[in-house]
Ligand binder design. Structure first.
Ligand SMILES: *[C@@H]1O[C@H](CO)[C@@H](O)[C@H](O)[C@H]1NC(C)=O
Ligand SMILES: *[C@@H]1O[C@H](CO)[C@@H](O)[C@H](O)[C@H]1NC(C)=O
Ligand SMILES: *[C@@H]1O[C@H](CO)[C@@H](O)[C@H](O)[C@H]1NC(C)=O
Ligand SMILES: *[C@@H]1O[C@H](CO)[C@@H](O)[C@H](O)[C@H]1NC(C)=O
Length: 205
């Protein structure tokens, strides 16, 4: 049943490329929780994002994973989002330092050379906390709109990570950095998170 729902929603995502522009005149939360779109036959449909899974798996078939690096750990520390109310405890996070979160784009992953180099250069330049978002399971999809649709889900997960992380760790300065579709991930992260985001950098292809 869920499988068919996923496929159905994915198809809606594809059609959603004809979405009408963001406009609140259509009602509350337009462009946020729902949009209208015109399909190939000129039919007018409503696409309800509020029915998409919020904390479950991605709308496609994959998930997002989070890895923390600091000057204290060359090996990544895996950050898991707990299912219950408990916060995320980290061995290596240093609350004196800035938190930088990096998200890769389409057809990429946390092991991409530029992502690892970027993280290394940051840590060489400053004593920072760097979290890499790996959403490659969803980004490695030949159909671009499917990956594009997943950015909202990944942003929601990243927002949740920051929220749970901030329960146990004082966040000093939060800088979100995304490349390509990763910039969309960071936009959604900023939209959904309850922590203060100080800066978002979107890097174009
Ligand atoms: C689509 O339907 C909505 C609600 O029924 C309406 O407000 C909107 O004007 C329609 N859009 C177009 C382009 O027909
Ligand atoms: C991390 O790796 C760099 C370069 O490979 C090395 O210079 C540094 O000593 C390592 N730090 C730790 C804590 O292992
Ligand atoms: C945390 O970072 C500060 C520099 O910003 C440093 O002085 C301090 O030693 C670090 N703490 C730990 C436990 O590494
Ligand atoms: C942010 O706070 C609101 C209100 O307390 C809560 O409903 C929401 O789930 C929180 N967001 C996240 C991502 O935890």
């Amino acid at each position: 049943m869920n499988f068919f729902k996923d496929v159905f929603l994915s198809l809606l995502c594809l059609l959603g490329s004809n979405a009408l522009p963001y406009d609140n005149e259509y009602g509350p939360d337009y462009g946020n929780e729902w949009i209208m779109f015109i399909d190939d036959k000129g039919m007018n449909h409503t696409m309800d994002f509020s029915t998409l899974p919020t904390d479950d798996r991605g709308i496609m078939f994959g998930d997002a994973y989070f890895y923390l690096y600091t000057r204290q750990n060359n090996e990544s520390e895996i950050l898991n989002i707990p299912d219950d109310d408990s916060p995320i405890i980290s061995k290596n996070f240093n609350s004196s330092n800035e938190l930088k979160v990096i998200a890769h784009g389409w057809y990429s992953g946390s092991n991409a050379e530029w992502v690892q180099n970027f993280k290394d250069i940051i840590l060489r330049t400053e004593d920072a906390n760097v979290i890499i978002v790996d959403w490659s399971e969803l980004a490695d999809n030949p159909i671009y709109p499917w990956s594009a649709c997943s950015t909202r889900y990944v942003g929601k997960r990243t927002a949740k990570l920051l929220d749970k992380f901030s329960q146990a760790n004082q966040l000093n300065y939060v800088h979100l950095i995304g490349h390509s579709l990763g910039a969309h991930v960071m936009g959604y992260t900023g939209m959904f998170t309850n922590v203060t985001v100080d800066r978002i950098t979107g890097i174009k292809q």
